[in-house]
Design a protein around this ligand. Sequence first.
Ligand code: NAI
Length: 462
Amino acid sequence: MADYDVIVIGAGPGGYVCAIRCAQLGLKTACVEARDTLGGTCLNIGCIPSKALLHASHALHEAEHNFAKMGLKGAAPKIDWKGMLAYKDDVIGQNTKGIEFLFKKNKVDWLKGFGSIPAAGQVKVGDAVHNTKSIIIASGSVPSTLPGIEVDEKIVVTSEGALALAKLPKKMVVIGAGVIGLELGSVYARLGAEVEVIEYLDHITPGMDSEVAKNFQKILTKQGLKFTLGAAVQGVETTKTKATVTYKLKKDDSAHQVEADVVLVATGRKPYTEGLGLDALGVEMTERGQIKTDGHWQTNIKGVYAIGDCIAGPMLAHKAEDEGMAVAEVVAGKHGHVNYGVIPGVVYTNPEVASVGATEEMLKQDGRAYKVGKFSFMGNGRAKANFMGDGFVKILADKETDRILGAHIIGPAAGDLIHEVCVAMEFGASAQDLALTCHAHPTFSEAVREAALACGDGAIHA
Ligand code: NAI
């Protein structure tokens, strides 16, 4: 007899959500996690701690730049870096303990240790082998650094080291203008560092609607970030206290060097599948090192499933969560579903950038007839009151049917505003459906409605 109905390997947002849902659906469930705390990269060394630092550094920025404008006088606070890190650690602790509580509440067993799969239907943790009907791999991803660059997590860091620096850098070089580079780069810029971002492409944030990306770069430049685009980093040399980054400009192949106290390598992430025993088990992989799955997240081995960053698709915590819930349904004999066309993406800078669905570039490439409704936050009373008039909402809708095809927001609370468009898209709504929905005044959300109005007869406050 099997010890468990399901064993989930990995307790990140994909794995822990999956385990809880399996238990809620009546399955005897265990979740294997080697870290001392639950929550995976996201809660321990990723999304959550970086948001704590974003929040603290934004509060400082407000004090330094906007308090006096609101009649709040007095010296801006000084940074106590150790104190800020302690606040961040406290936030991590509250969240990871929360998951432990949820496991107990839902009767999910936490198998502490590193899990591997000696055979289908078996998961080994330490010396113990547990029998199970289904296995769900949610092992996540790790930073993918550049060849020839040695990461010591002190001077040359990935996102993990960047969240626990011994002291604040005076000069930081960020390699890669993707989500991680910009989120963390902007934190350290707000905390007083000179930040230079070196990016291989000729634009920042690959995959983002290019009008939004251009605007985003302008705003970040205004905030003090320096961008060197079209530059391929060749290597990083370190001494005890400094690093020298060498890069070549693509336009003329000229070589350049720049010195920094800290270099953040943010050149992407790769699936983490080492040590699981997938080779011996005969699990098929993609060329990019992802676990191959079918439409029900099952691998080529019956009863072995995989979700999240270790399979194809965007490496996003919420995509992993959705897959976790859906695969739980599948394993429980129900019908799990993920709508991959409506997965929002958010960059947690200030202002935030959020998007869902198609970009203009994608629609052009598909030869699709579309219309654009745009509204600037300058026309939004609430944003102006909060010094957040930079940015806009852009809604893309089908030219014939008015059905919403995508939305891109750069501005205050963009990461929250995007969800009304997500819900609208889930229901196959038209731009007019959004435009005719009453939006409370004064809220940032009115900008979304105005952009929807701009897809039709026009925005009111433009
Ligand atoms: P990324 O793939 O978003 O960006 C990496 C950038 O590095 C690219 O723009 C690439 O052109 C550049 N690059 C690569 N090699 C280079 C070289 N030799 N010289 C100069 N530039 C080079 O990767 P990132 O930012 O590390 O994020 C990893 C993953 O984590 C992504 O899939 C991202 O979606 C996810 N993530 C998402 C977050 C969010 O949704 N808020 C937050 C953090 C991570």
